[in-house]
Write a protein that binds this ligand. Sequence first.
Ligand SMILES: O=C(O)[C@H](O)C(=O)CO
Ligand SMILES: [Mg+2]
Length: 259
Amino acid sequence: MPAFAANLSMLFTEADFMDRFRLAREAGFTGVEYLFPYEWPEEDLKRELESHGLTQVLFNLPPGNWAAGERGIACLPDRVEEFEAGVDHAIRYARSLGCRQVNCLAGIRPNTLDESVAWQTLVDNVGHAAVRFEDEGMTLCLEAINSRVDIPGFFLDTSARVMQLIETVDADNVKLQYDLYHMQIMEGDLIRSVECLLPWIGHVQFADNPGRHEPGTGEINFRNVFAALDRLGYGGWVGAEYRPRGSTTESLDWFRNGA
Ligand SMILES: O=C(O)[C@H](O)C(=O)CO
Ligand SMILES: [Mg+2]
């Protein structure tokens, strides 16, 4: 089985955020990821990671005004300064937490923004972040997110689009974040896609579809998909990024018994 990380923004939400690290460790996870670390002091997060022997696997760059519905600012030309400041902020957290990968959310393109301007802004911002991350020995991930259900208008909504960006930026430390849930909605053909894209995949996440719940609640054959990741020699982390249908503990059969 691959190395699984618990996504603490979605799992163990029965408990306060700081208690979720311990719960993840007690459930058997050795890595954690979550949306953003920025509202907590670095020392507090570091203490939880260290005292429970957990690896901080991933978090996202600052996304703009999340509460107001923003989902990243990397494609927005009037937010470049904020994007660059966010890269610096993320690097400070990643250093303290020993986190080697940070995900960049491309954002939602407003209808009034020309597609080619959004694209060039994204290329320039990702290029800038790649250089800054390279100095730190870190990887920048780019996630394709479905625009059919979860984030209508999300600018990077297919693996092909992310691959086009990776080719354009042409930096070794820029990778595809392949979320099986989003890609099942947009593309399907998961195992063949993972096989083709493997050299560029920096991180994998999952949830079943429909519903974005745990394996076994929808249409994805996780036993076969996880076996394929092993067979193909995927050496990265796999983030459990689903909303448990009941309690988190009840949702973990796939982890205890194999998907
Ligand atoms: O929702 C997801 O799949 C993401 O991984 C994320 O971090 C923000 O939307
Ligand atoms: Mg995801």
